[in-house]
Write a protein that binds this ligand. Structure first.
Ligand code: ADP
Ligand code: MG
Length: 617
């Protein structure tokens, strides 16, 4: 056994420091948190080469008294707690008194600080834990900490640093979290001399989201507010704007960035049946809970948090987010173009005619700039003059035929009525949907208020069916005149038989008919008899996943029934039916997405059209 030696003090300190300071981002986090604790209103972070070469954090906070400066750099020196009792009610971000000490041990630190009431401030230089300089300085109010050459004296740690860009991105990630959690502070991040992020500090979370996450994400956000034992505040994205990654999910607990599987699951669960499978909501959620109900005395590098009552937190967050989705969602809007599309020039009608005759020039393809989201509209025009185009001629004919058919459909009685009565001016009700027509046998065109709506008839009908089933499936069951015998594969049969109770809840009545067959006696009223076989096979397929919770399985059955019973895109649907559908959809904000999360309707505002036709700027 080799001899046991006591470690030299410097070595022990280096090891301890390495636990607090892992990389430039951890220094930035600690310094910025110190600035927040010092009540700063403006905080600027500047880094060079990902922070490996240079980090500077400047604040206009309370500053440090000259006589306290050296103490602040000692291990376990803090102004934030005085006794063990304080540990239960910590409201500051720091309290362990380790950050400045640890940073100074593994790098070269220069500090400028002045309290408002002091005439002079202090400049202090400390490298590798050794004091280099301490002097009076005429610096502005607040504190500036400069950290150079991190890990210059610990090559083993230096080796673990990643490329500058990766370290810089970690700094930016820390910065984003802090800036989002403190909208009342104006933050700036300068990377290699360039201002890359900044917030206004106007106190509004939405402004901070706009500045940090960008216009695109911000524009999809709706507010969440709930106040009971705990408060849940923040913004979540509308279901149609869920993304393929969880990158824009932020949870703050009492002003501190945390990760919590409970909170994340509660948020995502609230989007079930509204968002597409495999897509995740963006959110910025602030939780305020009594200090005693969370354990903050964890290691500073650990951001996973545990609550004393996880179930309560889940329920509160779930219902807050769910309510926000129901109350705040609006139909996605189609932006046709933001600027004059390429290919357009303004000219008078006369000029246009002359030019087209002379040069035979027609706009070829007018495609509007692609906006990031899927709601892009591309208009195409070919080079043939409008009235000579084959498709237009056909359309004109079709329109004629349609009108003729409608006339024929009117009964004698109706026609005579129309002739006999004076036309009555129907009062226009602002918020009543007006049916305009249908395109591609799939999309209903309707007008309401100041917008045109395009409604996917299948998605809309499917969602309405789904809602109806969820409300009261059992009551809408109907006995089949002729019970139907459906043969299933062995697996499907097992799935159906072991889920009979669930299928009954959804309005089916069935029994084991032996030999891998089931006899169906009743089905949900909205289904047609000819759909029954397909329906059972599909439902069986949906039930094959083992271990899924009952509610999920029941939803799957409802999806299948709702989809089967819904009118199909591409099929012909009567005008009355379409009209009724459009009116229902536009009057009911719960019909926003189909059960698979696809949007039911898009709108194009009148303003948007006017912009594109050059009527308004
Ligand atoms: P902690 O934040 O856990 O108290 P630190 O080592 O980060 O420990 O800081 C030590 C002390 O230095 C703080 O308690 C605070 O009093 C003082 N301090 C550090 N940074 C600042 C700052 N930017 N403005 C004012 N005081 C500061
Ligand atoms: Mg600190």
């Amino acid at each position: 056994m080799p001899k046991i030696n006591l470690m030299p003090k410097e070595m022990a300190e280096l090891i301890a420091a390495g636990e607090v300071v892992e990389r430039p981002a951890s220094v930035v986090k600690e310094l910025v948190e110190n600035s927040i604790d010092a009540d700063a209103k403006h905080i600027t972070v500047e880094i060079e080469r990902g922070g490996i070469l240079y980090i500077r954090v400047t604040d206009d906070g309370c500053g440090i008294a000259a006589e306290d400066v050296k103490t602040a750099f000692l291990r376990h020196a803090t102004s934030k707690i005085k006794s063990a009792d304080d540990l239960d009610k910590i409201s500051s971000l720091g309290f362990r008194g380790e950050a400045l000490a640890a940073t100074a041990i593994v790098s070269k630190v220069e500090l400028f600080t002045r309290q408002e009431t002091d005439t002079f401030g202090t400049r202090y230089v400390i490298e590798g834990g050794n004091e280099v300089l301490f002097e009076e300085n005429g610096c502005p109010k607040g504190t500036t900490v400069i950290v150079r050459d991190i890990f210059y004296n610990t090559p083993a740690r230096m080796k673990f640093l990643k490329r500058d860009i990766t370290e810089g991105n970690s700094v930016a990630a820390v910065f984003e979290r802090v800036a989002l959690s403190h909208p009342e502070i104006a933050f700036k991040l300068i990377r290699d001399g360039k201002l890359v992020l900044s917030t206004s500090g106007d106190g509004k979370l939405y402004s901070a989201i706009y500045s940090i996450l960008g216009r695109e994400i911000a524009s999809t956000m709706i507010p969440v507010t709930a106040q009971s034992d705990i408060s849940v505040n923040g913004f979540i994205c509308k279901p149609a704007f869920c993304r393929k990654s969880r990158a824009a999910q932020y949870i703050f607990l009492n002003g501190r960035y945390v990760q919590s599987n409970t909170v994340m699951a509660a948020c995502e669960q609230a989007y079930k049946n509204s968002a597409m499978v495999g897509k995740y909501p963006s959110f910025v959620i602030n939780l305020t809970v009594p200090f005693q109900t969370v354990d903050v005395n964890v290691h500073p590098a650990k951001i996973q948090v545990r609550f004393s009552d996880e179930k309560l937190i889940f329920n509160e967050v779930y219902s807050a987010v769910k309510n926000a989705i129901i109350g705040g969602d609006t139909r996605p809007e189609i932006k046709i173009a933001t600027k004059t599309p390429v290919g357009f020039t303004k000219m008078s009608a006369e000029e246009y005619t002359q030019q087209t005759i002379a040069e035979k020039v027609y706009p070829k393809t007018i495609s509007f700039p692609k906006t990031e989201n899927r709601n892009q509209v591309t208009f195409k025009a070919d080079t043939t003059p409008f009235f000579e185009r084959e498709d237009v001629k056909k359309q004109i004919k079709t329109v004629d035929i349609d009108i003729a058919v409608e006339e024929e459909e009117k009964t004698e009685n109706e026609i005579s009525k129309t002739k006999a009565q004076e036309p009555i001016e129907k009062p226009i009700i602002e918020n009543e949907a007006k049916y305009i027509g249908e395109v591609f046998s799939t999309y209903i065109v309707a007008e309401m208020g100041d917008s045109i709506y395009l409604i996917d008839k299948h998605a809309a009908h499917e969602r309405m069916n789904f809602n109806r089933l969820k409300e009261n499936a059992k009551a809408e069951s109907q006995q089949l005149l002729m019970p139907q015998n459906v043969r299933l594969s062995r697996e499907e049969f097992d799935a159906v038989i072991s889920n009979t109770a669930l299928l009954e809840k959804a309005g089916f009545e069935l029994e084991d008919f032996g030999n891998g067959s089931v006899l169906i006696r009743a089905v949900p009223a909205m289904l047609c008899a000819e759909d029954v076989t397909d329906m059972i096979v599909e439902a069986a397929q949906g039930l094959l996943t083992k271990g899924a919770p009952e509610s999920e399985k029941l939803d799957k059955i409802y999806h299948t029934v709702a989809c089967k019973a819904a009118i199909k895109g591409g099929n012909i649907t009567g005008k009355t039916e379409l009209e009724a559908l459009a009116k229902k959809v536009l009057a009911d904000n719960s019909i926003m997405y189909c059960p698979h999360g696809r949007p039911v309707a898009f709108k194009i505002t009148k303003k948007e059209l006017e912009k594109n036709f050059g009527r308004i700027q």
